[in-house]
Design a protein around this ligand. Structure first.
Ligand SMILES: Cc1ncc(COP(=O)(O)O)c(C=O)c1O
Length: 479
């Protein structure tokens, strides 16, 4: 391994080499068992006598930092390294670089970080698809195919707007399945919904502009707008969705989840969708439509997208592969009115040039070959069964405890609690929903009391978990 050593002047060269290697060992840059560079090699690179390096190594060995193995070289000692003196304290308030004041008040939402398989029997975390349903066997060869010399992701940079094949495949897919009117050139591939919102904020907002979000709503959506210096205002939702009449007149952009309100789950009524579009037209405002999980429909007529109803060019439609594939893929897309396209493409270039090409190319093939549609059908089938069981449990056996919000789509169900069940026994076999509030600034809105079931009802969740898992597994076996 190449180790960077910087020599100053001509005095105590061995001491300089010794101290820098010792620091690298203390800092963990050189780990126990790592080989030190061969003395011949390091002396050549540093233009010093081989013996100069040898003296430094001997000192490291003598002081217990390294072991010399005859005929093999010198290695960082694997156990019993000498302790380092007290590390200098890092002072976040002293002189040095500081972020802009705006960033002091911002932090990521505490989303569930998933690093390995969950071993609990019931996983009620909100927003995560079941990892066992990902089509690993189909996906692996598609990615492998791109990671070859002849593959799309082999070399060079891609188009900031996204892989042409993926844009064409997606335009067809959302045209057919969601009625979104878009050609390949209207689409921009993003690194998830999160980046789509960030790019939209960059090209649309001036500091101080107002952005309205749903209350309760999807907390991560607020951050990109706040980071642009926007004022983010929560507007309550009722059974029909966002209360359009309550949107402040100076609002520049409205972010909504019309197909499946997050987190409550009801669709936005046609009346409200029409009112929102009319409002946006009257106020020359943008409507950001987050269509994050509408692939999962379990009955009833599909909710028309705002984008397909829009006649004024005010809607930016945002889609994601996070639910239907997996969140760690980090692929999403947006469809924007023509006037915003060039700026959005440039903003994407400024942010990260483009999303990983191999992933895009593999996805393009996945969609084009009909594998995506097949995967969605399978997922729909499974999630519809789970949805039926959970809603059935909430409206039947547990009806006295909770009242689910009616919804016929998406990966989660939200329920209003009929009584306060805090203090129920712990849930050892359940990974509950996030404990984080979905309300802006922790305030309660008109829907006080609404919580993801797993948050406040551990005992109920456990009982539903047992009931649901038994039923879902039972149904699986019969399929
Ligand atoms: C409302 C909403 N929008 C979008 C997403 C997906 O975001 P991303 O594409 O950044 O993973 C989620 C995921 O949980 C969500 O709940």
């Amino acid at each position: 391994m190449d180790v960077y050593v910087r020599l100053d002047g001509q005095s105590d060269l061995s001491g300089q080499i010794y101290r820098q290697l010792r620091t690298a060992i203390h800092d963990g840059l050189l780990r126990p068992g790592d080989p030190l560079p061969a003395t011949r090699e390091l002396s050549r690179r540093l233009a010093v006598a081989r013996n100069t390096v040898g003296v430094a190594y001997e000192r490291l060995v003598a002081e217990g930092y390294a072991d010399s193995r005859v005929g093999s070289g010198t290695y960082v000692r694997t156990a019993g390294l000498p302790a380092r003196g007290a590390a200098p304290a890092t002072d976040a308030t002293g002189p040095g670089l500081r972020p802009r004041a705006l960033w002091a008040g911002l932090s990521p939402w505490a989303a569930p970080e998933v690093t390995g398989p969950v071993t609990a029997a019931y996983d009620f975390r909100v927003g995560l698809p079941d990892a066992r349903l990902f089509p690993y066997d189909v996906w692996r060869p598609l990615i492998a195919r791109e990671l070859r010399l002849s593959g799309a992701g082999a070399v060079g940079y891609g188009d900031p707007a996204g892989h042409a094949g993926l844009r064409a495949a997606l335009a067809r897919h959302i045209g057919l399945s969601r009625g979104v009117r878009a050609g390949p050139d209207d689409l921009l591939v993003t690194t998830g919904t999160q980046q789509a919102l960030d790019l939209i904020g960059r090209v649309l907002l001036e500091p101080g502009d107002r952005v309205v979000v749903e209350e309760p709503g999807y907390p991560p959506a607020r951050l990109p707008f706040l980071a642009q210096g926007a004022v983010v205002t929560g507007v309550a939702v009722d059974a029909e969705g966002l209360l359009v009449d309550a949107i402040p007149p100076d609002t520049r952009a409205v972010y909504v989840t019309p197909a499946h309100q997050f987190p409550l789950g009801m669709p936005m009524s046609l009346r409200r969708r029409t009112a929102l579009l009319r409002w946006a037209w009257r106020h020359s405002a943008a409507v950001i439509e987050d269509d994050y999980d509408s692939e999962f429909r379990f009955g009833g007529r599909p909710v028309e997208t705002l984008q397909s109803l829009d006649r004024g060019g005010h809607v930016i439609y945002v889609g994601s592969f996070s639910k239907v594939m997996m969140p760690s893929l980090r692929v999403g897309f947006l469809v924007a009115p023509a006037a915003l396209r060039t700026a959005l493409r440039t903003a994407k270039y400024a942010a990260d040039w483009h999303t990983a090409v191999a992933t895009q190319a593999a996805l393009a093939r996945f969609v084009d070959d009909g594998l995506f549609a097949r995967h969605i059908r399978r997922m729909q089938h499974t999630y519809a069964a789970r949805h039926r069981v959970v809603v059935g449990a909430l409206t039947g056996r547990f009806a006295d405890l909770a009242e689910p919000v009616p919804s016929a789509a998406g990966l989660h169900v939200t329920a209003f609690t009929r009584r306060d069940h805090r203090g129920g026994h712990g849930c050892h076999h359940v990974v509950p929903g996030e404990v984080t509030d979905h309300h802006l600034d922790g305030r309660r809105s008109s829907v006080t009391g609404a919580r993801i079931v797993g948050q406040v009802l551990p005992d109920l969740v456990e009982r539903i978990g047992e009931f649901s898992v038994r039923r879902v597994h039972g149904q699986h076996r019969q399929q």
